[in-house]
Design a protein around this ligand. Structure first.
Ligand SMILES: C[S@@+](CC[C@H](N)C(=O)[O-])C[C@H]1O[C@@H](n2cnc3c(N)ncnc32)[C@H](O)[C@@H]1O
Length: 221
């Protein structure tokens, strides 16, 4: 299995930080959904700088913050302390979650679990199943095989679904697993699917337009 590497959050400072401190659009939908369902124990898997931990913490969820990057956990903790919020913090690798069985009602993993290869992905899915309660829900995004990254011929292929990202920046040499609909159905076959949709994000860098395709998946145990 390819070794997972955390994001290099040291290169994300000041103005670059804003995007990572603003909750994603769908987090507000999930916040309402999980509040209505009276869910309580929330795992922010691969919390990054903590934008979703803070959102759910301010809404009275019991928040566990987890990331492989020490820097991510340190900065999430600093922000939570400024907000007078108390969370549980753990540094580790998602292929072996340091939590008891059935601890969580809801798990949020946005642009995280793709950072492994096919073998690692299978282990993460098993771990998600183990730490989720019955009727628990989990939101996941996965890079899509339709995206430009999967088509980069000069990025090393680790296995049929996984490439090493080679541009300079926080994701340099980090493995990226890319999925398609059939693979998603197979990977998460032990769960009930609530929805699967694909989103295209457009962004421009150095006058070049990029379109980034991700699957957004909501599953239930
Ligand atoms: C794209 S960032 C997303 C951060 C956050 N989910 C958000 O939406 O703001 C990916 C995060 O996953 C973490 N990560 C990567 N591989 C990991 C692993 N094997 N176990 C735990 N966290 C990991 C990275 O360190 C990084 O903080």
């Amino acid at each position: 299995m390819v070794e997972s590497k955390g994001w290099n959050w040291n290169v994300v400072k000041n103005n670059n930080e804003n995007i990572w401190k603003t909750p994603s659009i769908e987090s507000y939908y999930l916040l309402n959904r999980w509040k209505e369902q009276k869910k309580k124990n929330f795992l922010d898997l691969g919390c990054g700088l903590g934008r979703h931990s803070i959102l759910f913490g301010k809404n009275n969820f019991n928040v566990s913050c987890f990331d492989i990057s020490n820097e991510a956990i340190t900065r999430t903790k600093e922000w939570a302390e400024e907000e007078k919020l108390k969370f549980d913090y753990k540094v580790g690798n998602m292929i072996e979650l340091p939590y008891q069985n059935e601890k969580f009602d809801c798990i949020y993993c946005r642009n995280v679990i793709s950072h492994t290869d096919t073998e690692g992905m299978k282990q993460v899915v098993q771990e998600l199943y183990r730490v989720m309660r019955n009727n628990g829900e989990c939101y996941i995004t996965l890079g899509s095989k339709d995206t430009w990254g999967f088509k980069q011929t000069d990025w090393p292929l680790i296995d049929e679904n996984t490439k090493l990202r080679m541009e300079e920046g926080p994701e340099y040499k980090i493995p990226h697993f890319y999925a398609d609909y059939k693979l998603i159905k197979e990977l998460f076959k032990d769960f009930e699917f609530i929805n699967i949709y694909q989103v295209i994000d457009y962004y421009e860098e150095k006058e070049k337009i990029f379109d980034s395709y991700h699957y957004h998946i909501l599953i239930k145990k």
